[in-house]
Design a protein around this ligand. Structure first.
Ligand code: NDP
Length: 419
């Protein structure tokens, strides 16, 4: 018996809400609150009659912590699952802190306005101190650790797939397969085809900001930063086949570097087709990926937000996308004095996801772990107090739930390694 407040009603939230409604013995009451309440009402209408979960909806501006606090006062949730954008992480965390309610999200904080002087000063200091230039990092949310601990509440960060399941795979590998982990390669392969010349699989603004940034990886206790898309490898993915993949900076590298004792190297690779890369390069060259506002016909617009308005809504890709995803981690390390390597991965089929919950696999592979994270928090199986990344908790109940709720995983011994 628990009450969950879900903030946001996009592609990921839609899957998470469907999955909460499948677990209606756990989530007896759900409020879906987002900027555009008509989307919440439409989702509620899809699910009514198919679940025992009681669903209510509300409009909220999650940039405003007072508005989120007022919603918490009216609904009285056991936890808040934040599936809006990374821009809203701190305001939702503030509201949870003010009302002493547990918090879960899937992506670490990013500042929407990168020209904000206070944010930029902190960002430049962090770039100097840490050595990577991505716009997002965990410092903002880890700064809530003591405040959450003092309030006796749990903050669970990054409970999507990557970050999320990749951290759980790491904790599972460390618990059951290794005494020490030496290297982690996270491989995110999307073999799906939506038939458009160019579209992103999740929020375009967040996706393009991530992909066009410099790549970086963790090695021998420090960050190594490289030109965007400058490290390319080919890998033969189970269920998908051979794909080119590129090294990216990714947020779980930062938390895994902090939480996996003695890890020597952590890299993240994502597959991209040539058409995607050519479009992205062109858009970048003409300034369309810029986050800096420009004046246009008497009003201020942010180029990447204008681009988002032109691109297909990721939530509409479901019926068109065919093929599979394969996301997982290759670990090397030592067990009982011997070298060992394993690959833990999940293969997910876009069309099967669509048939089950009306969404493509990218939203599905994020929405399912978001629900599982929320479930473990409301059931107090994962509990603080404090702010935690997923790999800090016992992975076993999460791994069991992945099998139960649609993301079964495979462990392969002696996989082909990435050079
Ligand atoms: P969408 O753009 O589809 O949905 C975002 C939702 O948030 C929309 O419903 C939007 O409302 C709502 N929203 C935006 N701003 C506000 C606000 N100020 N107040 C209230 N609601 C707001 O994004 P996705 O569903 O694709 O992604 C959701 C999250 O999941 C993102 O943070 C993304 O980074 C993360 N993610 C994580 C992954 C992982 O593996 N860890 C993978 C993929 C995504 P409106 O409908 O009005 O625009």
């Amino acid at each position: 018996m628990s009450r969950l407040l879900v903030i946001g009603c996009g592609g990921v939230a839609s899957v998470a809400v469907h999955k909460c409604c499948q677990a209606d013995d756990v989530f007896t009451d759900l409020m879906i609150a987002s900027r555009t309440v008509s989307k919440c009402d439409a989702l509620k209408a899809q699910l009514e009659g198919k679940t025992r979960t009681r669903i209510t909806t509300a409009a909220v501006d999650a940039d405003d912590p007072d508005a989120v606090s007022a919603l918490i006062d009216s609904f009285r949730p056991d936890a808040v699952l934040n599936l809006a954008l990374p821009y809203q992480d701190l305001s939702v965390m503030d509201a949870c802190l003010a009302r002493k309610v547990d918090y879960i999200d899937t992506a670490n904080y990013e500042c929407e306005n990168t020209d904000d002087p206070e944010w930029r000063a902190a960002y430049e200091k962090r770039c100097r101190e840490k050595g990577f230039t991505a716009y997002f990092d965990y410092s903002w949310q880890w700064a809530y650790r003591e405040k959450y601990a003092a309030a006796g509440i749990t903050g669970l960060l990054g409970s999507g797939f990557d970050p999320g399941v990749t951290g759980v795979f790491t904790a599972y590998a460390l618990k059951h397969y290794f005494d020490t982990i030496d290297t982690i390669d996270i491989l995110d392969c999307n073999g799906g085809d939506h038939g458009y010349p160019f579209a992103t699989n999740f929020n375009p603004e967040i996706n393009l900001r991530e992909v066009s940034a410099a790549g970086s990886y963790w090695e021998d206790g420090k960050w190594v930063e490289v030109e965007p898309m400058s490290i390319k490898r080919e890998y033969d993915f189970a269920g998908v086949g051979k794909k080119d993949m590129y090294l990216l900076h990714h947020e779980e590298i930062e938390s895994l570097a902090a939480n996996v004792p003695g890890v020597r190297r952590i890299r993240f690779f994502m597959t991209f087709g040539q058409s995607y890369l050519t479009h992205m390069k062109c858009l970048q060259n003409v300034g369309m990926l810029s986050t800096t506002p420009i004046e246009f016909e008497g009003r201020s617009i942010v180029p990447i937000q204008f681009l988002k308005a032109l691109l297909p809504d990721p939530a509409t890709l479901g019926p068109r996308t065919k093929g599979k995803t394969n996301i997982g981690c290759i670990f090397t390390g030592r067990k009982d004095g011997k070298d060992r390597s394993i690959y833990i991965y999940n293969v997910c089929d876009h069309q099967e996801c669509y048939r089950e919950v009306g969404s493509q696999a990218i939203s599905y592979t994020t929405g399912v772990p978001a629900m599982i994270g929320a479930m473990l928090v409301v059931k107090k199986i994962w509990k603080g107090p404090g702010v935690f990344n997923v790999e800090e908790f016992d992975p076993d109940p999460f791994m069991d739930a992945l099998n139960k709720y649609g993301l079964p995983w495979t462990v392969e011994e002696n996989p082909v390694l990435v050079d």
